[in-house]
Design a protein around this ligand. Structure first.
Ligand code: SF4
Length: 438
């Protein structure tokens, strides 16, 4: 076994929730991809759009944010109401331009996700026009999930109602924590009580799934404070939530503040597992359903279609500046420069800035990610793909089972709670071991 492979083995005598790995590894998706030459990108993209598929999603990027949360690495600019209107106008034009192709007008669209940045910063009247364009130019399935990502402050009072009236059936709202003191230290404007009140109002309209993001491992946040956040979310009536561990980016204001001693240190990765486990135990005990490693649903209104779809790279149209997507395994991306994007669209140029060919291991890597994100791997199915796979994975399976990161149950390799906390590393490990990636 080579040294690169050894990095996936763990010391089973340690407390693996704390010390299985030194940090998180990024997930890779198979072998290197071949980039299409710049001059051929537009024609190849149009060729890909010619063929319909049996399902896709769309991601629409809003590269603006009115705020500057101290933990966030987002570097987009602020916008005025007029700039927001001009950008939405360009988005609708792009949607109209691509709607002449069969992939867009014939493929049943299962989900549309408006992400950023902060899409909720766009005025509701423009969001309504955008939603109308989805029904006019796409082919949304009857149960198409239409999500708007946003910041709690933007949903206060009538504005929240107007955003719901625009036509979204799912709101994904970054609350991060309800603890007012910690919120203030992160640059969040509203008090925790106010955030809970706004969520309660949104839920009471009974128009859409209300989903929130919560972060654990924040400076001055104990496990008890985090559990209190979960209880507040439940009382507010949210339909689902994500629990993310804090990552302190090197260039973030939070990192600078911690280094200057103005903010207490954030939880180390060896301490974050206790937050993950406490949340898992609490939510499962209270009959929430775990839909993926970090995502839970409380009601049947939360279906969580978009995120797993994108993780298995099953076809995603990308619209707007800074959006990335994939069609039939080809991945593409457009730079997040709004003004250039608007000018290009005005001129009828909806070309991505980069386009890469499918890689040979992509399908296997996507299958591994899709299943392990849900907490299991069907090893019988995986081993049937290649006769060498069982022997390749065997020493790791034995080690992880000894360390109680996984349990084998017939044809399934199931992740334990500690295994789910380190799920990203285990996905990376299985993918690398089976695809031969370094
Ligand atoms: S977390 Fe969201 S609202 Fe805060 S700066 Fe980042 S993109 Fe903007």
């Amino acid at each position: 076994m080579g040294s690169v492979s050894n990095m996936y083995l763990v010391d089973a005598s340690q407390d693996v929730l704390r010390y299985a790995y030194k940090g998180y590894l990024s997930i890779k998706s198979g072998t290197e991809r071949i980039a299409v030459a710049k001059e051929d990108i537009f024609s190849k993209y149009k060729e890909l759009l010619q063929e319909p598929s049996n399902g896709c999603v769309a991601y629409i990027h809003i590269p603006f944010c009115q705020y500057r949360c101290s933990f966030c690495g987002f570097s987009g600019s602020k916008i005025t109401k007029e700039e927001g209107g001009a950008y939405v106008d360009a988005l609708i034009k792009e949607i109209k331009l691509i709607s002449q192709y069969a992939y867009v007008k014939e493929t049943p669209m299962r989900a549309i996700y408006l992400g950023g940045g902060t899409p909720s910063a766009i005025e509701p009247e423009y969001l309504k026009l955008l939603c109308e364009s989805f029904h006019k130019y796409f082919n949304p399935a009857n149960d198409c999930e239409i999500t708007l990502e946003g910041r709690i402050h933007d949903f206060e009072g009538k504005r929240g109602k107007d955003i719901l009236e625009a036509g979204f059936n799912r709101l994904s709202i970054g609350v991060q924590t309800f603890n007012t003191k910690i919120r203030r230290s992160l640059g969040r404007v509203s008090e925790g009580e106010k955030a809970a009140e706004i969520l309660g109002n949104l839920a009471s309209y009974n128009k859409a799934a209300i989903i929130i993001d919560l972060i654990y491992g924040l400076p001055a946040q104990s496990v008890e404070i985090f559990l209190e956040d979960l209880k507040t979310a439940e009382r507010a009536g949210v339909d689902g939530l994500d629990t993310y561990q804090l990552k302190v980016f090197e260039s973030s204001p939070l990192k600078k503040s911690i280094l200057a001693g103005a903010t207490p240190d954030a939880a180390k990765i060896s301490e974050q597992g206790s937050f993950y486990k406490a949340a898992y135990d609490h939510l499962i005990h209270n009959h929430w359903h775990q839909l993926s490693l970090n995502h839970y649903a409380r009601t049947s209104r939360e279906r969580n279609i978009y995120n797993p779809w994108v993780k298995r790279k099953a076809g995603c149209l990308a619209i707007g500046a800074g959006a990335g997507g994939s069609i039939n395994g080809w991945s593409y991306y457009r730079a997040p420069v709004a003004q250039r994007y608007i000018c290009n669209i005005e001129a009828g140029n909806f070309s991505p800035d980069s386009l890469t060919a499918p890689n040979s291991c992509g399908t296997l890597a996507n299958k591994i990610t899709e299943q392990m994100e849900k907490g299991y791997l069907n090893i019988q199915e995986i081993f049937a793909i290649n006769e060498d796979f069982k022997a390749k994975l065997a020493p790791y399976v034995e080690n992880w089972a000894n360390a109680k990161l996984i349990e084998i149950d017939g044809k399934y390799m199931n992740l334990t709670t500690a295994g789910k906390f380190w799920g990203v590393n285990l996905i990376r490990a299985v993918t690398d071991i089976l695809t031969g990636e370094k």
